[in-house]
Design a protein around this ligand. Structure first.
Ligand code: SF4
Length: 366
């Protein structure tokens, strides 16, 4: 029996979804005004992150997944701005804060970035200054939040470098970023993000710039540290294979909206949206000569003038007249609590097509 890296390898959750919510995003909209008009880069996105769980946010380039991360952290590229919605930190406690209402450059938000929410960048060089050693930058991150003295912070930095698998951390702490390989730089980037032991880690395509072997090592490291530190993680990725490996919950995004969301098993074993089927169908096979089973036809739309109705309709093989007129609501999948999807197809067709896709993925290679 040929095998593939999809449904069979979905991660077993460490923490149940009933765990406390640490972050709750509601109806978030982000706009980028420019000369030709306004690009709506996020349009009514809602998601929940639970303590100790990994939320995979997946979709093609430009779907809004990185914008979601940057909006949460208050680091949107200019002139982007949050046009609507809430980003509630600790939504279940009395001390809950709406990050969307804070000044992104103010002291409160600066403190939250780093101390409460750590960011792992796609290319860690963008997070580092080339003029300072990696040790100085980790120490600066710790002392800026007044957590310990400089000497204590240096010891902590060495400990963190060891924790993320940097060999000889006592000497590597004095290296400059350009003296390290891409893989080691990403490990240092993870150490920086963990420096203040944040409750939430946001990893924005953390393996994209790395070779395949290093990608696997970095994912294993993030998973290990997530379990060790008990952080909740948002993993932003274009790769559904990464989601299968590391996520407990999944949000599938298309054209600034949520197409489907649910637990990782719900998404991989009972996918309900043609876009999710397309992503799953284009996962690389371990067995076949051809790298991809299916490609999603066409390109994602321009968000300056998104398609009417369902934004996926120009690319969808199942398109119906209603799809061009009416934007489908994100609605619960029947008999599958916590699983939501936004597609006009009837339940029977969705079940039949999902079963066909899964059977095809499990079929023997020619
Ligand atoms: Fe395709 Fe219509 Fe469903 Fe959109 S609503 S994904 S166009 S079938």
């Amino acid at each position: 029996m040929a095998d593939i890296i999809t449904a069979p390898s979905v991660r077993a959750a460490v923490t149940p979804r009933t765990a406390r919510r640490v972050l709750s995003v509601r109806d978030l909209a982000v706009e980028f005004p420019h000369e030709q008009g306004t690009t709506r880069a996020l349009d009514g996105v809602s998601l929940d992150l639970h303590a100790g769980r990994v939320l995979g946010v997946v979709g093609e380039s430009g779907c809004g997944k990185s914008v979601t991360a940057r909006a949460i952290l208050g680091i949107l590229d200019r002139p982007g701005r949050i046009a609507a919605g809430r980003v509630m930190l600790d939504p279940e406690t009395g001390g809950s804060q709406d990050l969307a209402a804070l000044d992104p450059n103010g002291n409160v938000m600066r403190d939250i970035r780093g101390r409460r929410i750590g960011l792992i960048f796609q290319e860690p060089m963008t997070a580092f200054s080339v003029h300072y050693t990696v040790g100085n930058q980790i120490i600066e991150g710790i002392t800026a939040h007044g957590l310990m003295s400089k000497a204590e912070a240096r010891n902590r930095a060495i400990e963190l470098l060891r924790e993320v698998g940097i060999p000889r951390p006592e000497t590597r702490i004095d290296a400059y970023p350009f003296q390290l390989s891409g893989g080691l730089r990403q490990r240092v980037g993870i150490a920086m993000a963990l420096a203040c032991e944040p409750d939430i880690l946001i990893a924005d395509e953390p393996t994209t710039a790395l070779d395949v072997t290093t990608q696997a090592q970095i994912l294993t490291l993030i998973e290990k540290l997530q379990e060790e530190f008990g952080s909740a993680v948002i993993m932003i990725t274009h790769d559904l294979g990464v989601v299968a490996e590391i996520a407990d919950d999944v949000v599938v995004m298309y054209a600034a909206e949520v197409a489907e969301k649910g637990g990782v098993e719900q998404i991989f074993k009972n996918p309900h949206h043609p876009y999710t089927w397309g992503l799953m169908g284009s996962l690389p096979r371990l067995d076949a000569d051809v790298e991809r089973l299916v490609q999603i036809q066409g390109q994602p739309p321009s968000m300056l003038r998104p398609p009417t109705g369902c934004r996926f309709h120009p690319r969808c093989p199942y398109v119906m007249p209603i799809c061009k007129e009416v934007d489908p609501e994100l609605a619960p999948v029947s008999d599958d609590p916590g699983h939501l999807q936004s597609c006009h197809l009837d339940e029977e067709t969705k079940n039949r097509e999902a079963a066909k896709l899964l059977a095809g993925m499990m079929a023997e290679a020619p």
